[in-house]
Design a protein around this ligand. Sequence first.
Ligand code: NAG
Ligand code: NAG
Ligand code: NAG
Length: 509
Amino acid sequence: MLPIGLGILGVVLILPFQKIQNDIETLVDEEFKQRPVGNENWYVFVYEQSSGNFNMHTYGYRSNAIKVSQVETWCNCARNFISKIEYVVLRCSASFPCFWKSTSPNAISKAIEDLQMSLTRPMFTFYELPNHDIVSHVGEFVKGPSIASSNPSIYEFCDLKKPGDSTNLTLRYGEVYDLNLLYSLSSDNAYVTFLEQMESTEVVLDLILCLPRTSSMTSVVNKLHERLIEQLDVAKDLAKDTQKLTSLSLNEFPLFGGAQHPIALWSINGSDINKQKRELLHNLLIQPWQPIFTNPCALSDLTHDVLINVHSGIKSSVPGGSMRLVVGDYGYYHYMQQNLNDKITANDCFMLPVPTTHMEIQQMLVKIGDKPSSFIGSKEWIGSMEIGYVLEELYSTTFRTIHCPSGAQLSQYASQLYDHFTLHGTPVMLGGANLAYIILGVDYNADTKDISFLILDPHYTGDDNLTAILTKPQQLENFKGYACGWRKPKSFSKSSFYNFCLPQRPNTI
Ligand SMILES: *[C@@H]1O[C@H](CO)[C@@H](O)[C@H](O)[C@H]1NC(C)=O
Ligand SMILES: *[C@@H]1O[C@H](CO)[C@@H](O)[C@H](O)[C@H]1NC(C)=O
Ligand SMILES: *[C@@H]1O[C@H](CO)[C@@H](O)[C@H](O)[C@H]1NC(C)=O
């Protein structure tokens, strides 16, 4: 399912071999036959790989293909697309408990229906806007408005610049505005219900809206509410004929390539959609062959708390160097953040941050037998091997370690790291001299052997201020420099050994 505000324009046909014009027209006609009934605004794009030709065909104008001369593809090239077209990404995620009795047939569907009914009552469901004003689902203010207008536009209640003002949204999934759903499920017989033996299911919805900055508040909440009710219809269907269900959740999965929006998929009992469907989606959405539609890759809630992809837009620093950087999204966790002195950078190696605290990592290491139970709550060092074990335990992925006997020899591993970022694109943990760093990429000149490491330093203790992180020299542990920036091998301690932990990206989807 696409975000609210986006629709499907048509399909793209990719032709690996040259075809004659008649054959192409036959293929295009086939595609038009499969367009949604009655949809005349349907386009078929044809990309001929051998010649690089890219043409757009309009329904009803069979032989009048329009040549498309510029297309942005792969690797976030379309990063600024959303800000160019002046769209805003809003998100509303909510989790509902559903209680039911196991004896009645279709009890779960019925429970979801009750939930749906209670959410449609205007005085029980409200949305909190990003500026903390609260509106009912028909757009009446119950708190606010804190802006003059009674029906403000998105740019007003998100405190964004006026339309037409140039802004660059550089953080892919960091620039998301939250709408909180506030609701009351209280009903007259609540007490009676809770005394009986009830079973429960959690229904989790996560809805994304991609809308023009000028959309009005009422249209935003109307559209959102409509979609919410619609999704509960789907949930009812999914729960039909099921006697037991632990969870039913709609998850958002960020796409790779030019796409700036995620797509939503249902997960039953926390399981992934099956491999066949994942394959279909990879082909349909032209996604690279790596995990994208499995649950650890779903858009995380943590994007609300931390900066995402802080390095984006960084320039090369090595003369004649070639940069290889981390692929996918990550969140920047550092010391003294959220007032927690937990001194660790949690970093999911494939997409987004893991909700893992220092304590949870300690517990996990004890559980898998790597550490004695006294380790929990201690200030003992968690090394790169341990980080590898934790990733293995969390995601069943493998890792590779490289031991470097002295900081003076770090540059000898340049080409291995270069290959790692090319092949796997996962962040590398570097541990040594009792300090740990995340390497987000390398800038390497194979001829001169000159190399810089792109370091994300977890020892930063300042505010989540992107400008300060990238451009203001900081006093960090054993280092004065940027919290996120290029560092030469010579900035590391010569008298200490170092270990790299290189998470291996599964060669599957
Ligand atoms: C936005 O990004 C584009 C492309 O990277 C750049 O040319 C432009 O100067 C940026 N605009 C602002 C206002 O930073
Ligand atoms: C979900 O989990 C429950 C409880 O473990 C099980 O009984 C049920 O069959 C599962 N449903 C599906 C569709 O997998
Ligand atoms: C962020 O840091 C920069 C550079 O230190 C500073 O000029 C700016 O005022 C800071 N912004 C905020 C909101 O603190």
